[in-house]
Design a protein around this ligand. Structure first.
Ligand code: NAD
Length: 515
């Protein structure tokens, strides 16, 4: 298939400016003063700069955190359902601006239209969810061992939540954290990826509007456009009790100990190296579709992207035949083009890591069955469009055990389920996993305590594309954090245990006698 061409740079720039203005981004937020710090907003569609936007330095962080802390002091006593009103308005604004926000997601992160719209929908969904949660910040009441006493817990707002986000979910990750943190009574300071400043400006402007319209305190949300040093200053700030950081394991390895050193809390959402087991009884048609979406979708740039396939030796040949055929038909090219399924990698560094990983896989005895090449796309000389690759490996070698953030699917085979689970869990990361099977015993074993060791364990579904209602996150080097649904809101609050004595006597716990 010929790669779909990319529109001219001027047209892309116009699309970006139109979207930013529609979201209410002020002109001064786009104007860089002479000699002032700035960030280059590049589109990965062409690799060229769209705009240059003002940036902050590490010295500016404390001022933004102070303003957010000040806002927190009134926000924390605002009733939670009233706080929900702010997030409800944010959700409406995101909904009204869904199309233009998706334009920005495509320009900066390279997502195809349906995935860009899907990411914006995720923001809207999480706002709905958070509004519901604003009336359900439940604490438990436990039976006290003493007569005339009440034992209970209350959940209180925590303070300023620092949010550090990755390029590949430039808006969803922010909304997961912010919508929940805001209903929990926290304020938020956001350090987005330096690769996606425009989506951040747009979301931030919409939240500022919701804050103004609902009378919430100004300063409740702060945006820090800047590089890693800005993230580091946020991480070190003593006024930030929780740092929620999404990105590579390398980043988390730095952030976790720094936050811990000042006894702050961190919520880490780091790299994955996700696998699916395909058993002898699997529906190969269903599995093929799920695998292709999970492995090649988003050009392999999801934390939940399927990177390893562990296939029963009796079905490996027919499955690979289907997968190779499907990969050969994948439409690659401009994500703005209707019908494209695979857009670009984010930048040259990402492309280099893709080719290096393939080279290492070959050296380790791997056979590239399909893909691996770079596609020239008209109008995008510095855009990195690649053919998603499938590599059959003789063993789970070092390169297979690492996360390469690009579309490479390594295939291994197994004969017993124990062997498959051992291979599955034999990597440092623990985010998402799946099993394709029609055998209930195999499915149950995979989700049991001695099955998959991941935070997300699916049956007859690929590894990517989680719903917001569940808790999202992973184990081991994925960092252990949980965000979005279920009881993840608790990470954004502090718990107080209260004992109330209404007996008129002083009774000590455990029958202790004193005085
Ligand atoms: P990255 O680690 O390069 O950057 C992520 C963010 O961290 C950026 O905002 C960056 O400026 C900041 N940062 C980097 N070093 C820092 C430091 N020392 N202190 C403070 N901030 C720092 O990641 P990326 O390339 O943008 O994103 C891809 C990675 O993110 C992949 O590994 C992917 O698996 C992971 N990811 C994980 C999840 C998840 O939920 N588990 C979701 C999305 C992406």
């Amino acid at each position: 298939t010929a790669a779909a061409p990319v529109p001219g740079q001027e047209a892309l720039r116009e699309t970006a400016l139109r979207a930013l203005r529609a979201c209410g981004v002020a002109e001064e937020a786009l104007r860089v003063a002479d000699g002032a710090a700035s960030l280059s907003a590049v589109t990965c569609l062409t690799g060229a700069e769209l705009l240059r936007v003002p940036a902050v330095g590490a010295d500016d962080v404390e001022g933004v955190v102070d303003a957010a802390h000040e806002a927190f002091t009134t926000w924390r006593t605002t009733p939670a359902p009233v706080r929900g009103g702010l997030v409800k308005r944010l959700g409406q604004l995101l909904s009204e601006h869904k199309e233009v926000l998706a334009d920005l997601v495509t320009l900066e992160a390279g997502k195809i239209r349906s995935e860009a719209l899907g990411e914006v929908q995720e923001m809207i969904d999480v706002c709905d969810y958070a509004v519901g949660i604003s009336r359900q910040l439940y604490g438990k009441t436990m039976p006290s061992e003493r007569p005339g006493h009440r034992l209970m817990e209350t959940w209180h707002p925590l303070g300023v939540v620092g949010v550090i986000s990755a390029f590949n979910f430039p808006v969803a990750v922010w909304s997961w954290n912010s919508a929940i943190a805001l209903v929990c009574g926290d304020s938020v300071v956001w350090k987005p990826s330096e690769k996606t400043p425009l989506t951040a400006l747009a979301c931030s402007a919409l939240l500022d509007r919701a804050i103004a319209e609902t009378g919430a305190p100004a300063g409740l949300h702060g945006l820090l456009l800047g590089g890693r040093e800005v993230g580091e200053a946020l991480v070190d700030s003593p006024r930030v009790p929780l740092v929620s950081a999404t990105g590579s394991t390398r980043m988390g390895r730095e952030v976790g100990p720094r936050v811990a050193a000042r006894f702050g809390r961190s919520l880490l959402e780091l790299g994955g190296n996700n696998a699916a087991v395909v058993t002898a009884s699997a529906d190969l048609e269903l599995a093929t579709r799920a695998i292709v979406f999970s492995a090649a979708g988003t050009a392999g740039q999801r934390c939940t992207t399927l990177r390893r396939l562990i296939v029963h030796s009796s079905v490996v040949e027919p499955l690979l035949e289907r997968l190779v055929a499907a990969y050969g038909r994948l439409p690659i090219g401009s994500p703005l083009e209707q019908g494209t399924l695979v857009g670009p990698l984010v930048d040259a560094g990402s492309h280099q890591r893709f080719t290096e990983a393939l080279e290492r896989a070959r050296e380790a005895g791997g056979e590239v069955l399909v893909g691996g090449g770079r596609r020239d796309v008209e109008g995008a000389e510095d855009g990195y469009y690649v053919e998603p690759a499938i590599v059959r490996m003789p063993a789970q070698t070092d390169v297979v055990r690492e996360e390469t953030f690009a579309p490479i699917l390594y295939v291994l085979t197994y004969d017993t389920l124990d062997e498959a689970i051992e291979l599955h869990n034999g990597v440092p990361q623990g985010l998402s996993s799946g099993i394709f099977t029609a055998d209930q015993r195999e499915a149950e074993r995979f989700i049991a305590a001695d099955g998959s060791d991941c935070g997300i364990v699916n049956v007859n579904i690929g590894t990517s594309g989680a719903e917001i209602g569940g808790a999202f996150g992973g184990e081991k080097e994925t960092g252990g954090g949980r965000e979005s649904g279920s009881d993840s809101w608790q990470a954004y609050m502090r718990r107080a245990t209260n004992t109330v004595n209404y007996s008129g006597e002083l009774l000590l716990a455990q029958d202790v006698n004193f005085l």
